[in-house]
Design a protein around this ligand. Structure first.
Ligand code: FCB
Length: 487
């Protein structure tokens, strides 16, 4: 007997349903050029960790360390996307997607991180791009989704300022080889996550817990973000679109109106949502909210860096999964703020412990679009993890389906209010290796049986397919889903 977590048995809260985007809505409401995709990342899906000349990455190393990953899991095989990408892309095409976002493993292309190119590694991405195009899927390539070559970590990794040059050399290699076919490029995936979780909290590779390493890595990632953009622009055709992606969560104070919680929320916003965004616009880091960081960061800054951090991106990828509730904390002197876990707040949450709060995506699209000179926005990741079981070739996942529908509705709500948002990429195409959480949380629209590598399109994927086929959804869709999720 499968024990369901409480959030699947209890009625789903109103937050599942877009308050102001009336159902039914259809694909046509988003406009003809809207990009409809799903996303994936190299380490989480490819496997083939030592195949055809690939060098080791910090995730290969980190997952070998005891106690870092749940159940001691790792991405050595993962969803075996390296060998099964044609099957997965067939399913993506079958779902009616127009776009597919993936990342390249730097150490597959440059096993030492710099210097000699591994031809077979680069050939893989070449084949992957062609396989997308053959299926009318526009490839969106992310250069860095957290798997730094181990050889570069041995030289200090993100804490070494030389990484800015190493990264732009890698960007050049990729642009030269794939620039004739890949029209959309993203420089970094969620710098605050790999910098913070990897260098301050120690829960992601390279597993450091060091304030100096965190600050250095943060500044070098900001420089690499812009420098990577410049390297791409110099080597790609004018028609290429260059962006980067940011993690973000809508933040609300634990006690609204409580002065110290409100101020803590502004500080958390500066760190979690604004830190890597504002330097690209020439606004520098949001230090007015974070005075303690000013002199700490100065150690790593050189004259001229304010200009070097700027880059005129064609798009920002907005990546959102939840909201966070923020409370003043006397214990954390960098930000004097802490996040109150959903579990403590008595609200429904996903398998990641993240509150189910699809409206967060609307709030973040509004927040980012409010910057003067903000580029076009795309939702490059959005999704939810719930437990799934494949029974007789069917994976019924009403909670994920409801989340997907609600999130898409929230994007439409933002668009109707004038936000220039050009696409939605569900995280993720298939189930995959969820970093420190291992294979437990499942985010895919396609279920993966890791024993057999069998794929099963989940009902959430079928919902997406139906939506993309522009079949109008029944007016009662929201209600049906609430009932389905309750049963
Ligand atoms: C994002 C990551 C992605 C995935 C989702 C759940 O922060 O970019 O790789 O793990 O979270």
């Amino acid at each position: 007997m499968i024990k369901l977590p409480p959030q699947l048995i209890e009625p789903l809260p109103a937050a599942f349903y877009p308050a102001t985007a009336p159902l039914p809505f259809s694909r046509a409401d988003f406009g003809a050029g809207f990009h409809w995709g799903a996303a994936a990342a190299a380490y989480q899906t490819e496997g083939a960790w030592q195949h055809q000349g690939k060098g080791p990455s910090i995730w290969d190393d980190f997952t070998r360390r005891k106690g870092t990953i749940r159940r001691g899991e790792h991405g050595r095989v993962a969803a075996d996307f390296y060998h099964r990408h044609e099957t997965d892309l067939d399913l993506a095409q079958g779902m009616g997607l127009t776009d597919f976002r993936f990342s390249a493993a730097w150490s597959r292309v440059l096993p030492e991180g710099l210097g000699a190119v591994n031809r077979r590694g680069l050939d893989f991405y070449d084949r992957l791009v062609d396989a997308c195009l053959e299926r009318d899927l526009q490839p969106w390539l992310t250069l860095y989704h957290w798997d730094l070559p181990s050889a570069l970590q041995a030289r200090g990794g993100w804490a070494n300022r030389n990484i800015v040059g190493w990264f732009s050399d890698y960007a050049q290699v990729m642009a030269r080889r794939l620039g004739d076919r890949v029209a959309h490029w993203a420089v970094l995936n969620e710098p605050m996550v790999f910098v913070g979780a990897g260098h301050l909290l120690g829960v992601h590779a390279p597993g450091r817990r060091h304030l100096g390493a965190f600050l250095a890595a943060a500044h070098h990632a900001t420089l690499a973000q812009a420098e990577g953009g410049r390297a791409l622009r110099a080597h790609l055709p004018d028609s290429a679109r260059i962006g980067t992606t940011f993690s973000c969560s809508y933040l609300t104070p634990h006690r609204p109106g409580h002065a110290r919680d409100e101020a803590a929320t502004r500080r958390a916003d500066a760190i979690l949502n604004r830190f890597f965004v504002e330097p690209t616009l020439g606004l520098g880091y949001p230090l007015a909210e974070l005075p303690a960081l000013r002199w700490l960061l100065e150690r790593y800054q050189k004259p001229g860096d304010d200009q070097r951090m700027q880059f005129d991106f064609d798009f920002w990828g907005v990546q959102n999964y939840t909201r966070e509730v923020v409370k003043f904390s006397p214990w954390l002197p960098l930000q004097w703020a802490t996040l109150v876990p959903a579990k403590q707040r008595g609200v429904p949450y996903t398998d990641m412990g993240w509150e189910v709060y699809p409206e967060s995506i609307y709030q973040m699209l509004k927040q980012f679009s409010a910057y003067p000179n903000a580029p076009k926005l795309l939702v490059t990741e959005s999704g939810s993890a719930f437990p799934d079981v494949a029974i007789g070739g069917v994976v019924d996942d009403p909670a994920r389906r409801a989340y997907l529908q609600a999130a898409v509705g929230q994007v439409l709500r933002a668009q109707r209010e004038g936000v220039d948002v050009g696409g939605y990429f569900a995280w993720s195409l298939t189930d995959n290796f969820e970093w420190a959480e291992g294979y437990g949380p499942r985010f895919g629209l396609i279920h993966v049986d890791y024993e057999t590598q069998q794929r099963t399109l989940k009902n959430s994927g079928r919902w997406y397919q139906q939506f993309l086929g522009d079949a109008p959804l029944p007016a009662s869709a929201g209600q049906e889903q609430a009932t389905a999720a309750r049963d």
